[in-house]
Design a protein around this ligand. Structure first.
Ligand SMILES: Nc1ncnc2c1ncn2[C@@H]1O[C@H](COP(=O)(O)OP(=O)(O)OP(=O)(O)O)[C@@H](O)[C@H]1O
Ligand SMILES: [Mg+2]
Length: 269
């Protein structure tokens, strides 16, 4: 996929502009930045849900939204009600025929689907709990099943919006390793929105950091530095590296919309 000079406007406000980004087959790229800066909106532009206000966007050689099942998508913040009785395998199966609304597949296609569903469940390591009702699976288990769902049609590009959200550290590491493996072994290009870069840092080819108005893309070493982020946010940002190699970003501003939201909440009794 590629973005050249891309910008997006929502409700008359430009969220970001001048975004240049290329992601090739088998590459793993992270989208980073504060809450409300427009990371999910970037994913929506790639899905063709929202047109870019400027620039060129291509996804697998097509205009956004036209690559169909060659793009796998995991939306932000999903959780299943504890009482939901659908099994993990059914949830994964929706990735195959969820757009058919219950129209049964012919026998041969049904067997192919069943085989592929079992294959991706195996790939994400979910075989042990895939037959349990999804509402009774843990957050980490649900996350793996949803990644399996996004993979079932063999996408060439995987768009994952905060897939590590709400997972504990071991599960963050496990899901990050899984995505890294899918990327490397299956040649799938991955664009992952992440709140914390550390669980995926060692696997990333490139990152794009979004800020109000602008963006910078490059290798993590180029982008996640005090100099680059201070320039991007036009305020002193300090990047510290801990002895175990983790990056800590201090002083990164919040997006203005987030400020007003939070203050509105603070004002409540
Ligand atoms: N349909 C919409 N109408 C109006 N404003 C919207 C709409 N969708 C998103 N926004 C606003 O656009 C901004 C960016 O939203 P987006 O969801 O892309 O942020 P984000 O970077 O993904 O944030 P987070 O880290 O909280 O997920 C926010 O200020 C949000 O309120
Ligand atoms: Mg988001």
């Amino acid at each position: 996929m590629s973005l050249r000079g891309a910008a997006v406007r929502i409700g008359g406000r430009t969220l970001w502009s001048g975004v240049d980004l290329e992601v090739a087959a088998g590459e793993f790229v992270a989208v980073l930045g504060p809450n409300g800066v427009g990371k999910s909106t970037l994913v929506k532009v790639l899905l063709g849900v929202l047109p870019p206000a400027a620039g060129q966007v291509r996804v697998l050689g097509e205009r956004p939204g036209e690559a169909g099942e060659r793009v796998g998508y995991l939306p932000q913040r999903r959780s299943f009600d504890a009482s939901l009785r659908m099994r993990g395998t059914d949830i994964v199966g929706l990735g195959w025929d969820g757009d058919r609304w219950g129209i049964p597949l012919p026998g041969r296609r049904r067997r192919a689907a069943k085989q592929r569903i079992a294959e991706v469940i195996e790939l994400v390591g979910a075989s042990a709990y895939a037959n349990r009702p999804i509402g009774q699976c843990s957050g980490g288990e649900q996350q793996r099943l949803l990644i399996a769902q996004a993979l079932v049609r063999r996408p060439q590009l995987l768009l994952l919006d905060e897939p590590l959200d709400s997972l504990d550290l071991p599960n963050q590491a496990a899901v990050a390793a899984l995505v890294g493996r899918i990327c490397r072994d299956e040649g799938v290009a991955v664009l992952m929105v992440a709140h914390d870069v550390n669980p995926i840092l060692s696997r990333l080819d490139r990152v794009v950091y979004l800020a109000e108005g602008g963006a910078v893309a490059g290798t993590p070493e180029q982008v996640i530095t005090s100099e680059t982020l201070s320039r991007l946010y036009d305020t002193p940002v300090e990047v510290l590296r801990t002895s175990d190699g983790r990056l800590v970003v201090v002083g990164q501003p919040e997006a203005p919309a987030q400020h007003s939201d939070r203050h509105a909440e603070d004002a409540r009794p």
